[in-house]
Design a protein around this ligand. Sequence first.
Ligand code: P1T
Length: 383
Amino acid sequence: MAIDKSFFTTAVHAGAHPEQVTGAVMPPIFMSTTFAQEAPGEHKGFDYSRAGNPSRDGYEEALSALEGAKHGLAFASGLAAEQAVAQLLNPGARVLVCDDVYGGTGRLFRKLYAKYNLDFNFIDMTSLAEVKAAAAAGPVDLIWVETPTNPTMKIIDIRAMAKIAKDKKAILVVDNTFATPLFQSPLKLGADIVVHSTTKYIGGHSDVIGGALMTSNDELHQQLRFIQFAAGAVPSPFECFMLHRSVKTLAIRMTQHEKNALAVAEFLSSHKKMKKVYYPGLAKDPGHNLAKEQMSGFSGMVSFDHTGNYSEVVSFLKKLKVFTLAESLGGVESLVNHPEKMTHASVPEELRKKLGIGHSLVRLSCGIESADDLIADLKLALE
Ligand code: P1T
């Protein structure tokens, strides 16, 4: 699939309107919690910033434009956005979740929501047969897909999941954090709701925690907007300003992230200390053909299995100078993560084993530095 070039223009202009009183091209940050009313209930469209704020409005308009959605909602974190989706469910609801989700997503469902009599079934969604069997086993209210998955970069067929969701009258949610709206448009492939940790590529500078939901379904939007207001996990006007600023460079950053990731993945593929490299941009990757069909780029995340034991892996991690050992991803600076001990420590051990999240798995978030410097750093640390 080819990149939609108009995305570069949308990213710069969406929701960015000059301020009405002064004409300021960059509107001020509306650091006000409340707004004067002429008479009770008579105001200029804003009454209290948990319900709405001009800085959030512009940013939410940009979020919806990025995903080609009718509506965008901003949240205080990716998990806060996910929680709003969980709050759509009634007790007794059954949810199919792809097994290789971000550790915190699994923890949210297992530890906080399962106790409300919600049934979360974690399944390998790269196997259509497995999803169909799970769907046939009972009613399904929601299907939760993350693609590419974190951290093993599995690619899940969004169109196929949309068909199953439609048959079961279930809501299809796609976490589009890894792909970003530049490279993947889940709503066009049949998803009902897109979720983002905007902490990652949308923010892009590792300096704001945030989340977002986008949908073109008016009824779901009404419900989610009510949850956003009534539960209150909203970002501050300052965070909205920062994230809206970041959106403008998303397309250009992603292009460089992807270029670097491909170079890094190719370098690693031919290195003798690699057992396996996970990157959908590699022709030999099991998700490559599907990724080419439903994505217009492979993004900037690469994982690999090191041939060494745990202490050799730690020694490799310590030797890196350009890659910083830290949780998170999607910033302009390259990061390296050890999923077993860090981001996915909360995944039940048995599932970690099944997914291949062990001592030798390393996840790279390739930044926008020079690819040569990234490869030189890896090469030296692997010696
Ligand atoms: O951290 P937060 O903004 O709440 O977002 C959670 C989240 C949701 N979805 C995906 C795909 C994610 O990767 C994350 C957060 N992930 C990390 C912190 C990480 O290092 O993988």
